[in-house]
Design a binder for this molecule. Sequence first.
Ligand code: NDP
Length: 245
Amino acid sequence: MTNRTALVTGASRGIGRAIAERLAADGALVAVHYGSNKAAALETVAAIEAAGGHAFPVEADLAQQDGVDVLIDGLKEGLAGKPLDVLVNNAAVFGPGIDATEDEFDRVFRVNVRAPFFIIQKALPLLRDGGRIINISSGVTWFAVPEAVYAMTKGALNTLGRSLANTLGDRGITVNTIAPGITRSDMNTWLDDVPGAADGVAKIVALGRVGEAADIADAVAFFTTPDSRWVTGQVLDVNGGLYLG
Ligand code: NDP
C-alpha cells in the first residue's frame, strides 16, 4: 500500500478505526471519516501517526442531504491531487424494527445505503483504474434480527456490490462486500454490559469467541492486496464460523 491512498468511512471508532489503522500500517495515506465524534477521529489519526503512518480527518454527517458532498470535498482537500486507491464504506447506524417511524426508516437508509451509493458515484473520478471498493455489510442479511430496517439496508449493500462489480470491471476496479458477525464495538455494548452475553456468543461461534474489530480489518486488507485481484462481486462472511450448527 506504499504510496497509495484510502478512504474509510466511520473510522473514528470500532471496526472503521481498525480498518484505518490496518491500511495505514500497510503504508496507505488514510482519510479518517467521521460523523460527529471529532475527538474519536483525532484519536484514530493520532494513533496512526504514532505508529509511523499518515492520515487526515474528514467530517461529514451522512444523514444530511449534503453529507456526501461535504465528505468528497474534505477527501479532495486531504488528498491534495493524489488519486484514491481504496474506498471502504463502513459507516452505518443500527436499528429500528417493525415499529420504525418513517423518519427513522429514512435516516437509516440515508446513512447505510444512500451515502455509500453516492460516495462511490462521486469518488469514482478520483479512484484510479485497478482501485478497490469494499462495502461493510452484516450477517443479518442471512439470520433474523428484530432490527429489520437495518437488516434491509445491509441486503441492499450486498446487491449493490454484485451489480457494481460488473459495471466497474472494465476499469479493473474490484467491488467486494464483507459481512462481519458479532463483533465487539460501540454498536454492540450489550456484549460487555449483559452478564454472560459474550460467553453465550462464544458458544454459537465455531472458533469460540466474540469477533474483534481487527478480525474484520485484516479481511478488508486482503481485498486491497494484489492477492485478491481475481475476486470481485463477492460477499465474504467474516464471523469465526457463526451458527455453523
Ligand atoms: P460503531 O457504532 O462502533 O461506529 C460507527 C461509525 O459510523 C462511527 O465512526 C460513526 O462516526 C459513523 N457514523 C455513524 N453515523 C454516522 C453519520 N450519520 N454520518 C457519518 N458517520 C456516521 O459501529 P461498528 O464499528 O460496530 O460498525 C462498523 C460497520 O460494521 C457498520 O457498517 C456495521 O453495520 C457493520 N457491522 C458491525 C457489526 C458488529 O457486530 N459490530 C456486525 C456486522 C456488521 P462518529 O464516531 O462520528 O459517530
